[in-house]
Design a protein around this ligand. Sequence first.
Ligand code: HEM
Length: 401
Amino acid sequence: MSTTVIDLDDLDLFVTGDPYAAWAWLRANAPVYWNATATGGYWALTRYDDVTAVYRDPATYSSKNGTVLGGSYRSATDTASGQMLICSDPPEHRLLRQHVHKAFSAPMMERAGGFVRQYVGAALDKMTADGGGDFAVDIAPLLPAGLLAAMFGIGRDEAMHLLRLTRTMIGYRDGEYAGDTATSMTLVAAQVEIFEVLAELLDQRRREPGDDLVSILVAARTNGRELTESQILYNALNVAVGGNETTPFTASAIVETLIRHPAEAARLNAQPELLPTAVDELFRWTSTNAYVCRTATRDVTIRGVPIQAGDTLTLWNASANRDGDQFPDPDRLDLGRTPNHHVAFGVANHRCIGLPAARMEISLLMTELVNRGLRFAPAGPVERLASNFMLGIKHLPVALV
Ligand code: HEM
């Protein structure tokens, strides 16, 4: 493999190839790797220690240019920069985060859990009656639908509509989600429509405040000052996008993983008390959010490799989570693994604010599966999202066994 040129921008690697083999090679041979692309290139960091060190140094590695390669929010002149959690740096980031954080309160998570249980329970009843279905389509999207219904104070149909739009936005390089023309125009169109939906919601909440996320952002004050309209909209968008895509893709990846590891699945069924460590191990294993970007704010060296101010770095969570220097026997799925300091949700100040929601959704799903004694077998080919950012499963045909 020493002559192999790895291209982390080649979507085939993620749809039909083996990115884990590519990352293993990079960790061993080129942990600070320049991935050239037609429009320039970026650094790829694949070792746990390097990834976590960069996460922990926001002064040197900025989020202001966004966290997705070539996607939205890729320039500091983008209007989202500095206004939206994910693409802001301290001190703005800290101020915004304390407001958004309030929407993830324990009572809110409890209410969301009620919706999730209801939506997912009904869908699992149907799947049981049918003897199977497409887990990625029939079950997984209902997890964020329940969460968004609670967090945005909207109905199930509106939540599903928002979900479809955010899916186009994230999967704009994939023809199935983006329509026939999978271009950045699709991305822009989806984003415009999401903003229209959120702006309408903002109008309503200004007139009739509730305890939902948008109302919380409307009521937020920093030194007596309100958030601007675009701060409210961008952060509502950030929560919607963050929550709508990652969790369903993770849920489908978990079901696929359990099908491929029947002994571990049986272990969990026999010992449901393993659920908390199992959930973390499955987060490590699936690492849905494969990488995030940072931009160097000054010239710096990593492992002796010079990085220039302005260079883009990609921090490969999915690779760091299989680094043998951090995780003993990293390619073994061990639902009882502890400790398990995985980076599936990032590290430090930007660490996923939706983690309590993701944990609640996935734990509820797995509890439902264990309680109902549901076991799945493959019933057709698995189809993956054409993306190197989200390790997403679009179709997961399953039969109940
Ligand atoms: C398994 C599910 C999830 C995964 C793997 C995941 C992954 C991540 C990662 C890696 C980051 C760090 C980004 C960075 O450092 O630049 C992040 C941030 C974020 N996530 Fe999640 N996420 C998940 C679920 C959710 C949910 C359910 C929500 C909302 C309901 C959410 C909303 C956000 C937001 C708003 C941020 C930005 C936080 C900040 O910049 O301070 N995520 N997520």
